[in-house]
Design a protein around this ligand. Structure first.
Ligand code: ADP
Length: 288
């Protein structure tokens, strides 16, 4: 799906003179340098993780449930902080951003979650518009951009429907629209197809492919092996606290690289999956 309308009409306000750092354009968009993260001292999740993501990449982050995929993504939008090591986003050390700069970081990152995190009683339009309303943009501009985002995800004409009446696949499309409406440099997808049947999962993956085709860097975390086969993409396996590239895509992977995949959800120890979080508008704004 190609965005319609003039490209300049899709520019977020913060692009005007507030870019992170012009000299960052030649740097990788993301660098993890020897990152350590533990929630409990005796059970470190990331143990010296190194990973470089170039601008415009589409990268699958995969690995067994509990390997730390969500943690890795949460560190990126500073919902968590590293214990040691550095994460550079466009050359800037995320841990060293001031409180004032964290919103700027988050505006450059769109996040899509497994459980959509929509407000069911809000309209589709409002669920997407919230990401721009925090920026205090004129409502005319918000209307245009939300309309464009909904068109990109194939939901034109659904803006006035309440989110609750949409199917799961459609709700995830709304969440994708919310993530892209600010035209972030980086999209993080945290098991975005985990609640969808296989056909819808492939559909949603296709949507991320289309977003990627317009120049956005995509990090797509999943433990669903079937998705990795859809198209040859860079695949990074997270296991035992380390990130390792699968050489030449999944077809060439050693069995050991992909051990424990496809396990049942019962084994999933992710906090995100275990504890339904109460979603407040602030939560959503923080990641918009
Ligand atoms: P994945 O996304 O690969 O399933 P997670 O990053 O969700 O992995 O979790 C990695 C490990 O960290 C798991 O053992 C999980 O239980 C634990 N964990 C995740 N978030 C928290 C948290 N907020 N507090 C304590 N432990 C956590």
């Amino acid at each position: 799906m190609v965005p319609t309308g003039h490209p300049s009409s899709f520019r977020p306000a913060w692009r005007r003179g507030q870019k992170f750092d012009a000299s960052a354009s030649n740097r990788p968009i993301l660098v993890f340098e020897n990152v350590y993260k533990a929630y409990r001292a005796d059970q470190p999740v990331l143990r010296g993780t190194n990973l470089t993501i170039e601008r415009g990449d589409f990268v699958f982050i995969t690995g067994p449930s509990g390997a730390g995929k969500s943690t890795l993504l949460r560190l990126l939008y500073r919902a968590e902080t590293v214990d040691d090591g550095r994460i550079l986003f466009l050359g800037r050390d995320i841990a060293r951003l001031t409180d004032n700069s964290v919103p700027m970081l988050r505006r450059n990152i769109g996040v899509v979650f497994q459980d959509f995190k929509l407000v069911p009683k809000w309209t589709v339009f409002d669920n997407v518009a919230i990401a721009l309303e925090v920026l205090a943009l004129p409502s005319r501009i918000i209307h245009t951009r939300v309309g464009e985002a909904l068109e990109r995800v194939g939901l034109s004409g659904r803006g006035s429907d309440r989110a609750a009446v949409l199917s799961g696949g459609e709700q995830q499309r709304v969440a994708v629209a919310r993530a892209i409406v600010g035209e972030p440099a980086l999209i993080l997808a945290d098991e975005p197809t985990g609640n969808l049947d296989p056909l819808l999962a492939t559909d949603i993956l296709g949507l991320f492919e289309e977003i990627h085709a317009t120049g956005t860097t995509v990090l797509f975390a999943t433990h669903d092996r079937t998705l990795l086969d859809v198209r040859p993409r860079r695949v990074v396996v997270l296991d035992e606290g380390k990130a390792t590239d699968v050489p030449h895509g999944l077809g060439m992977a050693e069995e050991d690289d992909l051990d424990n995949f496809g396990e049942s959800d019962e084994d999933n120890t992710s906090i995100d999956n275990e504890t339904p979080r109460v979603v407040t508008p602030t939560d959503r704004l923080a990641v918009a």
